[in-house]
Design a protein around this ligand. Sequence first.
Ligand code: MG
Length: 299
Amino acid sequence: MRENQLLAHIHARSADLVAAFGEVVVGPGDDCAVVRAGTGSLLLLTVDQLVEGRHFAADAAAAEIAHKAIARSISDIAAMGGTPAWALATGLLPRHYERADELFDAMSAAARQMGAPLVGGDIATWDGALALTCTVGGAPHPARGPVLRAGARPGDDLWVTGRIGGSLRSGRHLRFVPRTTIGAWLCDALGPALHAMIDISDGVGVDSARLAAASGIRAVIDLPRIPLHDGVVDPLAAIGEGEDYELLFAVAPGSALPPQAPDGTPLTRIGRCAEGSGCIALDSGGHEHDCAHRGWEHA
Ligand SMILES: [Mg+2]
């Protein structure tokens, strides 16, 4: 079963959660769940796992593994425009694993540095490879509230932060900086004109298609506009690679954004939202390329 099919199965079986459980505001299917924190305030929650041989190579440094384990979950908080607050982690360690102390120290340091200190967790050992899970809780933007994948409308512009492509080849997937500061700044700058947002974990193509599906629009990407990392030359290939961890967001037409965020990160308009469904990319010759599966799909 492909990951997307399994996720669709889970989302369909979870569709009644918001109606049946008063504390659930947004259930499975977005970057984070949104739940009521008891006093009426909202809490963003996300969990991700990191598996040796799948998300990092066995010879990766402990500091890199630790950073990625925390940063992937923080990126989902960024995708909602939120601010991370705390983290929980579990480690499934190979029996006789010798880097456990080093790994914990690195995870603890990374979590603190990203504003989400580790407040608990669990450790087990087994005969398989190293696997880590990280849960992060955070607060939505106080004025804008959680920015969902749903909310893009026909006529909106589609933007990305940063540059795209070559993350796995360059090793950047092990040291990327989650875009929490920019996500919150976009909420400040755009307010309700920031219609929808997602982080690019699996590829600009497939993640645009996910935003389009959640919003009920058709995403149209102009390939020549894709901002590429140095050494990356093919935008169609680049939007099919994963692990960029940039933000893709839909903005009301006519909203002004500067070419860079306050920290110097480029902001680029890469396309638009139209009536319809799905996601296509237009190359410089005007040819259409279907994006629905342009990305990393976990088999
Ligand atoms: Mg995500």
